[in-house]
Design a protein around this ligand. Structure first.
Ligand code: PRP
Ligand code: URA
Length: 218
């Protein structure tokens, strides 16, 4: 994993398998079925990096041979928060290795003209589990508007900003700067820091519209 020198609190998960799979996803010929399965693979691999700072304690257990103090998580598994629609593609990976995680959904779409986020759904647990960590997931961090909006939703419901992390597939420098201008304490994990945004606020080289590519709505 690369700790960015240019952007504090940005971590680039440059594992060879992640890079190899992301390249396949970028190719415009990659069909939705393959795109979804690569996204699941990458998000599973990235979960290793994203969860590396979860606190660990020990408990006494009995193996068939002896008693021992064995390491266990000192906290409940996180709340995974996909930003709909495209964030749904990054839920099954983390869930496959954290079966006791909770999933809270926030639906946000970006206005095509203004590029500003519009919220259409918030479905969080009725009692916010504020003891847990929160992992916001979305394939694309472009202007950063959607991610900021969703973080505002969580913080507005009492979540400690020090317990939030972002996992994205591709980030633009503009989005990283905007997000960290508001939430410098939230780490961003990405598989790639791309070059820039184009005039339509799409990430270049990017992979196009992630939601359309996942769900075949191009
Ligand atoms: C995409 C993407 C992010 C957002 C990123 O979603 O999945 O949520 O755009 O852009 P931003 O950083 O400039 O806010 P989109 O609004 O296209 O909705 P969708 O997931 O339903 O396709
Ligand atoms: N949303 C996407 O799906 N792709 C981009 O490049 C930017 C925003």
């Amino acid at each position: 994993m690369i700790v960015s020198k240019e952007y504090p609190n940005l971590f680039i998960v440059d594992h060879p398998l992640v890079l190899h799979k992301l390249t396949q996803m970028r190719e415009s010929s990659c069909p939705p079925s393959r795109f979804r399965s690569l996204l699941k693979d990458i998000s599973t691999l990235m979960t290793y990096a994203v969860t590396e700072n979860l606190p660990v304690t020990t408990k006494k257990i009995k193996t068939p041979l002896v008693e021992m103090d064995a390491p266990v998580l000192a906290c409940n598994e996180p709340v995974i928060v996909p930003i709909l629609r495209a964030g749904l593609g990054l839920v099954d990976g983390p869930l496959s290795v954290m079966q006791d995680a909770i999933v809270g959904h926030v639906g946000v779409y970006r206005d095509e003209q203004t590029h500003l986020p519009h919220e259409y759904l918030v479905k969080m647990p009725q009692q916010m589990p504020l003891d847990r960590h929160f992992l916001i997931v979305d394939p694309m961090l472009a202007t950063g508007g959607s991610a900021i909006h969703v973080t505002d939703v969580l913080v507005g419901r009492g979540v400690d900003r020090n317990k939030i992390a972002m996992m994205v597939l591709v980030a633009a420098p503009e989005g990283v700067k905007a997000y960290h201008a508001r939430y410098p304490e939230v780490p961003i994990y990405t598989a790639s820091l791309d070059s820039h945004l184009n005039d339509y606020a799409y990430i270049v080289p990017g992979l196009g519209d992630a939601g359309d590519r996942i769900f075949g709505t191009l």
